[in-house]
Write a protein that binds this ligand. Structure first.
Ligand code: NAD
Length: 359
């Protein structure tokens, strides 16, 4: 049987990475019918939007998608296509494992943690009011009336909604994931000391959900303290569950701890569909240079194989990637110390090396 999977190459380094990943996935022997559709700045001219309806329809139909990174203009232009996809499809969980692979130039070699980030709420809900607009003036007036707090008239406003419903389902996901994967502990992140009605709610609901899982240890950390502890002693953490913004930041921190963004995969999972993509972005400066590390994209493919129930193929691909890293001969520049970067190979050569290991 072949799996129907939506393939979104993305932009920047995305097309090179997804092509390398498609090759290694097919080399596992698992069969795919790829429905290749695109989104992002390059399709605006043709479809009048960076996220055409047929892209969403394809994911809804196939229920599984592999996606390359997509560029978002900073501070102007269209809203993030990535955030929109997650919202439209209600992909409420962002799952990001951070695992040490032997041979990477890092301080720690014993990290094996999983970040479970809420994907639809918080300051990333996309509810914003631009400074100077009538809408911003109205919301400022309403907030002043309701809260008694003064807000400067020339402010922009971003809204941070965190709900009981959204928190319950993400924390439940974290505990279910912990149980299914023999994990021992869940740590919830927050800033409940300052934001009592949003992060405070997140913590209170997390504590309630935790009571239903007495077999899994539960603890919480204030986010600023967490960043320090993750850098000092990351091995103490196992499954981490958090609201959207902290999850975004802590994911890059986790990626840095295990050797960089080139090794950090991810999945966006909802009740109806799942979309697999690396933590990193489109790295536009490396576009078309056959230089970027495809392993985060490939490891997202490993997560996709597991999601499809192809555990043996997932295990073999993960082991082949690990073997290429350990050997250290055919790896991209980012996995090499500065003085050895001239020995780096390109994106497609990494795929060749992994396919060789798959045999
Ligand atoms: P980035 O992740 O693209 O790059 C950060 C740094 O890591 C850069 O130095 C880059 O060269 C390096 N890097 C990233 N991936 C790499 C890889 N596979 N191999 C080697 N080096 C790699 O982050 P950015 O520069 O902040 O963002 C660029 C664009 O990507 C922005 O438009 C941003 O909005 C977008 N973005 C998209 C996604 C997504 O599609 N899910 C996620 C994050 C950022």
């Amino acid at each position: 049987m072949a799996y129907n999977v939506t393939l979104i190459p993305g932009d920047g380094i995305g097309p090179e990475l997804t092509e390398a990943t498609r090759r290694v996935l097919e080399a596992t022997g698992v069969k795919f019918n790829w429905d290749i559709v695109n989104a992002g700045v390059d399709v605006i001219e043709e479809y009048g939007t960076p996220l055409p309806d047929h892209v969403i329809e394809s994911i809804r139909t196939n229920k599984v998608a592999l996606k390359g990174p997509i560029t978002t203009p900073v501070g102007y232009g269209f809203r993030s296509v990535n955030v929109s996809m997650r919202k439209i499809l209600d992909l409420y969980t962002c799952l990001r494992p951070c695992k040490s692979y032997a041979g990477t130039p890092t301080i720690f070699n014993d990290i094996d943690l999983v970040i479970v980030r809420e994907n639809t709420e918080d300051l990333y809900a996309g509810i914003e009011f631009e400074n100077g607009t009538p809408e911003a003036a109205e919301i400022i007036q309403a907030i002043e009336k309701l809260s008694g707090n003064k807000i400067r008239k020339d402010s922009g406003i971003s809204i941070k909604p965190i709900s009981v419903t959204g928190t319950e389902r993400i924390v439940r996901f974290a505990f279910e994931y912990a149980r299914a994967n023999n994990r021992r502990k869940v740590t919830a992140l927050h800033k409940a000391n300052i934001m009592k009605f949003t992060d405070g709610l997140f913590l209170a609901v997390a504590r309630q959900v935790a009571e239903k899982y007495p077999d899994i240890e539960f603890e919480d950390r204030i986010i600023d303290n967490m960043t320090m502890q993750m850098v000092k002693n990351p091995a103490q953490f196992d499954v981490i569950v958090c609201p959207n913004l902290y999850g975004d930041i802590i994911s890059d921190l986790g990626a840095g701890l295990v050797g960089g963004l080139g090794l950090a995969p991810g999945a966006n999972i909802g009740d109806e569909a799942a979309l697999f993509e690396p933590t990193h972005g489109s790295a536009p400066k490396y576009k078309g240079m056959n230089k970027a590390n495809p392993m985060a994209q490939m490891l997202s493919g490993v997560m996709m194989l597991r999601h499809l129930g192809e555990n043996e193929a997932a295990q073999r691909l993960d082991a082949a990637i690990a073997a290429v890293i350990k050997e250290g001969k055919r790896i991209t520049y980012d996995l090499l110390p500065e003085d050895k970067r001239s020995q780096a190979v390109g994106t497609s050569q990494v795929a060749d090396a992994i396919i060789e290991k798959l045999g």
